[in-house]
Design a protein around this ligand. Structure first.
Ligand code: SAM
Length: 270
């Protein structure tokens, strides 16, 4: 049941990734909870809180102060990050105007996200919009138009990650922030051993039992394995033109979560 994704042409890889997410869209939440033992919710909460979306009230307002933020959540399918971004902006920063554009390549994931938005206060709000797009080609988004670009557990599925990073750089305003939450490499060998047994052993099995789909979950585990290390990925973010922000240097420009099971990378467009 090995997909051998690296040896297939880009277009075919994209359609296989498409099939994986179409097949998991409806069982997506349950599976995320089971596979990550609920930690994905904590990581997403932390990710959004640390970005502090929304207009920040300044003691010394300047004429150039932004009026509202335009946030782009890439590979945002189910809206998990978008709802958190809007809710943080509103409740923490008392910002009632910043908007989030959710973008995903997969219509089934977007449909699931729209359905879920009906249970939120942003169901028919102008602050939330949905765009079907490949992260590697965001021609429908203007250059220099985005304040914050987020991508959570998405970029490892992209065929051409550098192309996606270059598009992120293009659409962001100068001073805009690129932020990525993704599975990464575990540093401690003992934790890594336990984690590998869990991901290669239990996750495909849970996929089979709960979602009736072993192959899609086998693919997810393999895509985590193939994703570059924290250091390599930070290098790619820099190569796309971003500056790595201060405060993250102690770990080389990123933040590890749970020993590296996941990591947050950020870049600022100069
Ligand atoms: N961000 C959401 C979250 O954290 O719950 C969804 C993450 S889900 C694991 C990965 C998403 O990436 C899927 O919705 C999939 O359709 C999307 N995706 C895969 N390849 C993509 C691409 N090239 N461009 C945009 N989205 C893509």
């Amino acid at each position: 049941t090995h997909f051998g994704f690296e040896s297939v042409p880009a277009a075919e890889k994209q359609s296989r990734v498409g099939a994986v997410f179409s097949s998991v869209a409806s069982s997506y939440d349950t599976m995320n909870d089971l596979m990550s033992l609920y930690t994905h919710r904590l990581w997403k909460d932390h990710f959004v809180r640390s970005l502090n979306p929304g207009i920040h009230t300044s003691l010394f307002p300047s004429p150039n102060q932004p009026t509202s933020q335009t946030i782009l959540d890439i590979a945002g399918g189910t809206g998990d990050i978008a709802f958190r971004l809007l809710s943080h902006a509103t409740t923490v920063n008392n910002d009632h105007s910043s908007r989030v554009i959710v973008s995903d390549i997969n219509p089934a994931m977007l449909a699931e996200g729209k359905k879920r938005s009906l249970q939120t206060e942003w169901a028919s709000s102008e602050r939330l919009s949905w765009v079907e797009a490949n992260a590697e080609d965001l021609h429908m988004i203007d250059s220099n138009s985005i304040d914050l670009y987020t991508v959570a557990f998405g970029i490892r599925n992209f065929t051409d990650k550098m192309a996606a990073l270059r598009e992120a750089y293009r659409v962001l305003k100068p001073g805009g922030v690129f932020a990525c939450l993704e599975f990464s490499k575990v540093h401690n060998p003992i934790l890594n051993g336990a984690y590998k047994r869990w991901s290669f052993g239990a996750i495909p099995l849970i996929g089979q039992l709960v979602a009736g789909d072993r192959e899609s979950y086998q693919y997810l585990v393999e895509s985590i394995e193939r994703f570059p290390s924290q250091r390599e990925f930070a290098g790619m973010v820099e190569e796309a033109g971003f500056l790595l922000p201060g405060g993250m240097e102690e770990e080389g420009g990123w933040e590890d979560l749970m020993g590296g099971i996941a990591a947050v990378h950020r870049g600022i467009k100069p």
